[in-house]
Design a protein around this ligand. Structure first.
Ligand code: LLP
Length: 451
């Protein structure tokens, strides 16, 4: 057993599997991490065969490699140096075991709701390195985060300022603020996940930011400790990060009050991954481009990666239910659907899909679709896959980020179970939802009786 496994909560171990370890690892095409690889042709996660997990826990099933998460976090920390604060963006995957893995690796958290803060607290994790972004925070959320004495509030909208000041006054201490600027930089990403352009709802425009700074420094209950710039998600080039910093530097040069007391620069998250066909963002190059400029100002770097830390570390296992040739399309029917993984339907995202134990034979071009009653319910379109039969297992790769965390109950489907693997140990970190849980909050509307 690797040392990492010992830190996991108790649960059933798949000890017998370690006995099957053979040293014939082959890379798996499309996998962004060597923790998902092939042995004897079959797909494994670390030292556990995925087919065993599907047999034991059913499908659809998310499987995460804890080692892959740790490796990515270590790479980001190494790139940005010991002075940087890495705040894992909890929205990417907010399962307790994932939050704990990130904390154990030295990360704090980027939260965007009172609910995400509750998750950090419920996991028993410290909140001293939590930043709280969000375009429309409510008073109860601000009160909860202020009580938890988080690192900083990433203020995105001027309307938050009086609210924050009033909570600070209530507590009798100023709240730390990083002002989120909207630098109007095009991150070159999907329109739904771009956040740093002037027509996006996020951040305060540079035109309005001078006034916001004046309001912050003018309040005894607020303290300006930094600037925040999150440009969007799935960025693949360094340039937007350097362009944004240049805009912030120019803004700060406009008035000495804008730099006073500023000690942090939060360059956001958005670090892109390959999804089988592209290059991941060169995170070390981002650090190399920004760090000298931040050091010169005495600004401590804060980064908020989500996808980069967990995306490649997860797969969604799904079983083939059948075949349906219709209207010139070969539909491959599987048991996972858009409620389990929304990204293909919502962002036209292309996740690599591979057979867990591929059969020999010429590939077929198929649409991989789930049982949900929507034409938009697909996991992939026009995809070449090896021949598949009912009962075969497929793995949707790079599904660790924004997979389970965006899952829903649409069509009254239960959200999938999630398993975390470390070495030869696999544990369920979230059980499959039950039908009882699906129905538990509902009440009948009894006919009112005449009195
Ligand atoms: N910081 C802030 C303020 C954010 O809004 C986000 C993501 C992150 C950090 C982390 O971004 P990342 O490093 O994961 O790219 N559901 C979409 C992604 C939405 C991202 C929203 N904000 C998807 O599945 O692609």
């Amino acid at each position: 057993m690797r040392p990492a496994a010992a830190a996991l909560a108790p649960g059933p171990a798949l000890g017998h599997i370690a006995a099957r370890m053979v040293d014939d690892r082959q890379p798996c095409d499309g996998a962004g991490t060597p923790e998902f690889h092939r042995r004897g042709g079959a797909l494994w996660c670390e030292d556990v065969p995925l087919a065993d997990l599907a047999a034991r826990h059913g499908t659809p099933l998310y499987v995460y490699s804890r080692t892959a998460m740790q490796t990515r976090l270590a790479a980001v920390r190494a790139a940005f140096g010991p002075d940087a604060i890495v705040c894992y963006a909890a929205k990417a995957n907010s399962a307790r075991a994932v939050l704990q893995t990130m904390h154990a690796g030295g990360a704090g958290f980027d939260v965007v709701s009172g609910g995400e803060l509750r998750r950090v607290q419920a996991a028993g994790l410290p909140t001293a390195q939590v930043v709280f972004a969000g375009v429309a925070k409510e008073r109860w959320e601000i009160e909860a985060a202020a009580a938890a004495d988080i690192l900083a509030f990433q203020v995105e909208s001027p309307h938050e300022l009086p609210l924050l000041a009033s909570v600070g006054a209530q507590l009798g201490r100023p709240l730390r603020v990083m002002l989120r600027l909207n630098p109007d930089v095009d991150a070159g990403t999907h329109a739904y996940i771009s956040t740093g352009k002037k027509d996006n709802k996020f951040g305060v425009s540079l035109a309005a930011a001078g006034e916001a700074v004046a309001a912050i420094v003018g309040s005894p209950w607020l303290r300006l400790v930094g600037y925040h710039v999150h440009l969007g998600s799935q960025l693949r080039s360094v340039e937007p990060y350097t362009a944004a910093l240049a805009k912030v530097e120019a803004f700060v040069a406009g008035d000495p009050a804008r730099a006073r007391g500023v000690s942090h620069y939060d360059l956001g998250g958005g670090f892109g991954i390959g999804y089988g066909s592209g290059e991941a963002l060169d995170v070390a190059a981002v650090a190399a481009a920004l760090l000298p400029r931040l050091r010169a100002r005495g600004w401590r770097p804060v980064v908020e990666p989500g996808r980069f830390l967990v995306g490649d570390a997860g797969v969604l296992l799904t079983r083939v239910l059948g075949d349906k040739p219709q209207g010139g399309t070969e539909f491959l029917l599987v048991d996972a659907a858009m409620n389990d993984l929304l990204r293909p339907a919502l962002y036209q995202a292309e996740h690599p899909i591979v057979a867990v134990a591929p059969h020999a034979g010429p590939p077929r071009t198929v649409d991989v679709v789930g049982p949900v009653c929507e034409t938009g319910d697909f996991l992939a379109r026009r995809r070449d896959l090896p021949p598949c039969a009912p009962g075969d297992l497929l793995a949707v790769l790079a599904a660790g980020a924004y997979g389970a965390s965006m899952a829903s109950n649409y069509n009254s489907r239960r959200r999938p179970a999630e398993v975390m693997v470390a070495g030869g140990v696999a544990r369920v970190i979230r059980r499959r939802e039950t039908f009882e849980q699906l129905l538990q909050n509902e009440e009948s509307f009894d006919e009112p009786t005449a009195s």
